[in-house]
Design a protein around this ligand. Sequence first.
Ligand SMILES: Cc1ncc(COP(=O)(O)O)c(C=O)c1O
Length: 453
Amino acid sequence: MSQDLLNIARERAERYLTEIDARRVFPDEAAMTGLEEFEEIFPEQGTTGGQVLELLDRSGAPATVASAGRRYFGFVVGGTLPVTVGANWLATAWDQVASSKVTSPVMDKIEQVTSGWLLDVLDLPRESVVGYVTGATMATFTALAAARHKLLARQGWDVEARGLFGAPEIKVVVSDEVHVTVLKALSLLGFGKERVVRVPTDANGAMDISRLPELDAMTIICVQAGNVNSGAFDPAGAICDRAAPVGAWVHVDGAFGLWARASKELKHLTAGVEKADSWATDGHKWLNTPYDAGVVICRDQQSLYNAMSVSAAYLREIDSAAQNYMPEFSKRARGVEIWAALKFLGRKGVDELVTGCCHRAGVFARGLEELGLTIQNSVVLNQVVVSWDSPEKTEALMQAVQKEGTCWFGPTVWKGKAAFRISVSSWKTTEEDIQLSLQAIKQCMVAVIEETQ
Ligand SMILES: Cc1ncc(COP(=O)(O)O)c(C=O)c1O
């Protein structure tokens, strides 16, 4: 019975992934209308598993965004390597509580091995602790909880016991271009989104080191490896050199950009990042794993442990488990897709994935320029910021492309100007996809000109 259902799910998922590149990237009106099928009152009687899956596939699948396909360039969204989908299915069938050796020996082992591989491929301090969380937002939250612990403990303040009321003040420094999720993590930790010192950035959105405020032992500074718009890197090495002697904590938001460290050609962009105290990254962006694959890396194991650990009589047997380093208590077998991706790709494959996306972003940018569009950023990574002659035309073009359906990208504001943003992050995207997208953009430009005349 359950075998039948799993076969049905496999067949439907396989068909979805086979057909994905022949369909529109964003669902059409008919698909959106089909979602009304889900609007039913809570049924008194259940139904068969087959019917549940049938409804999901029939009415749900057409209304998905084809982010697992070749030509989705919105936000920073990778696809999923098939092996990571397979690993996810298997591990879901296992249904492990991946919190400790007692609850899951296999996940304890796999996450341990994956942690070593991550420190290797990202070339970060090998003594660091690695943890698996939902995404870079939670990774930053986790790392900054460790930072908060360390800075306050040095002042004799036990923040886990006493909270922040009356605590010595911590200064938080971020860039003008800080990702909104870092601010969210800061607010969740009681630091406040607005109580931060913002450092101005250069033309490509990297922190201007000459404008850095004084750092001291009560400072947390959040730097960025990969600006969400431009892909720029803050000068992490120089910042760490200023922070280390005074005891300030440096955290790196490297949600996607940290993976540049896996590329021989691009690693230089991240120089000095390894001197930081903590790092946040994702598997679900550039490593192309399914979602829920955030990674926190923290050099100071003890501070993370002190910030996160729990104890209770019934937890006696799992006292030194992963549970004591992570914000979640129960967690799914999260590290397994990252392990599968790294095992499948190897060092060479990860390098090719990351470097290849950047090459294709370069091809995209040159093609867009040839069409008469303006590239607003210096394309150092996989991100391209684009505008047309006026904010109105930029917006009209982006909307026309979204409607046309060959590819998809979204809006942004770059240095005060309306723009759209292209991110090449999928293992699936080929140069042919870039050319197809350029052709579609060209047609949309003609249509926008005709409409505005
Ligand atoms: C630079 C940067 N930091 C943090 C995040 C947050 O990551 P997540 O959505 O995995 O929490 C993102 C992307 O969404 C990002 O691009």
